[in-house]
Design a protein around this ligand. Structure first.
Ligand code: PEP
Ligand code: MN
Length: 355
């Protein structure tokens, strides 16, 4: 068996799209049961209830999860509301405890996917269990590392696999907590169209306002579902408060999504892909322009301090010559590139004038 011919019968047992929702972290039995009840009552079409039991935190001394006691609460959620359940495992001990508590779906977090020793340990602990496992993309934009994690699982006969696109870390301040980099996820999808891919808009956005757009974009390019954080009282959540939404907001978000047929026509599918890749590029263009303007501001301040004129014809000449040369090299029209750079330069002068 290799990754290209997994059969994915496990995923077909769930309604499509597969929606996994629940709090970032299990905090108390009351919080878990109230969240589950409200998700159930809101009719949000959620089939799996998620909650982090062990939380990987960037810094020590934060809330690191309630630990194994939370598994009892997941069990109660299953008994009382009929959801399947899911949690993150990051070592063999977690796997053992989650299996014992009959958690239905496990996921490997982004900070674990980066570490082959961790993935191997988890894979070995899962050998022979048939448990469905979802592998989040690694925090760094490395497609091979992501695929490698799946290969390690498959190497231990863990065949019920799926992936989660949760975005990638960046040092730049952007509107995303983790930039989507759709290109990487779509490259994965192209190579392994049979492996279900879910989007995690919560960890991509890091806020509530961008969730619907990311979820819709993922459905447009044929993702099989999503995992999204929902909490009965998001503002008071012990982790990831700013990105969690109430079950009612979740239901509203889901009801507004345009769910595509799975057999989207070739035209639609290709179109969706191209549009999504363009949204990666537009995001990068805007980020770069914003960084460029910030540097212009600094130059503006230096010019002011040293009483230098804002417009420096020599410098402008160097910039346009470089741009024109690059236009030639990349097969774009000189006229177009000149127009773009003129607009950028004008704005840059404007920014410096304001100082
Ligand atoms: C989570 O799902 O709560 C989580 C910790 O996600 P990630 O591994 O994507 O950061
Ligand atoms: Mn979280």
């Amino acid at each position: 068996m290799d990754l290209k011919n997994l059969d994915n019968a496990w995923a077909r047992e769930f309604p499509e799209p597969l929606i996994i929702a629940g709090p970032c972290s299990a905090e108390s039995e009351t919080q878990m049961l109230e969240t589950a009840r409200r998700i159930k009552e809101s009719d949000a079409n959620v089939s799996v209830f998620r909650a982090g039991i062990w939380k990987p935190r960037t810094k020590p001394n934060g809330f690191e999860g309630v630990g194994t006691i939370g598994l009892n609460w997941l069990k109660k959620v299953k008994e009382e509301y009929g959801f399947k359940t899911a949690t993150e495992v990051a070592n063999a001990h977690h796997v053992e405890a989650a299996l014992k508590a009959e958690v239905d779906v496990l996921w490997i977090g982004a900070r674990s996917t980066v570490n082959p020793f961790t993935v191997q340990e988890i894979a070995t602990a899962l050998n022979g269990t048939g448990k469905p496992v979802l592998v989040k993309n690694p925090v760094n934009p490395d497609l091979a590392l992501w695929i490698g994690a799946l290969e390690r699982l498959l190497g231990q006969n863990v065949n019920n696999l799926g992936v989660i696109h949760r975005g990638f870390s960046t040092y730049q301040k952007t509107k995303y907590r983790n930039i989507p980099n759709w290109q990487i996820a779509l490259d994965f999808k192209n190579e392994f169209p049979n492996i279900p891919m879910l989007v995690d808009p919560s960890h991509i956005c890091g806020n509530r306002t961008g969730l619907a757009e990311i979820a819709q974009e993922a459905l447009n390019v044929g993702y099989e579902g999503m995992i999204i954080e929902s909490h009965c009282n998001p503002n008071e959540a012990w982790s990831d408060a700013s990105q969690q939404i109430t079950p009612e907001v979740l239901a509203d978000l889901i009801s507004k999504l345009q769910i595509r047929n799975t057999d989207i026509s070739v035209f639609d599918g290709e179109m969706g892909r191209h549009r999504t890749l363009i949204s990666d590029l537009d995001f990068n263009l805007i980020e770069l322009l914003s960084q460029r303007m910030k540097i212009s501001e600094k130059i503006g301040a230096l010019k002011k301090e040293n009483r230098i004129a804002i417009f420096q014809p020599d410098r402008w000449k160097v910039i346009t010559e470089y741009a024109i040369q690059k236009a030639d090299e990349t097969g774009m029209s000189q006229e177009f590139i000149e127009k773009v750079f003129k607009a950028i330069h004008e704005e840059s002068i404007e920014v410096q004038n304001k100082i």
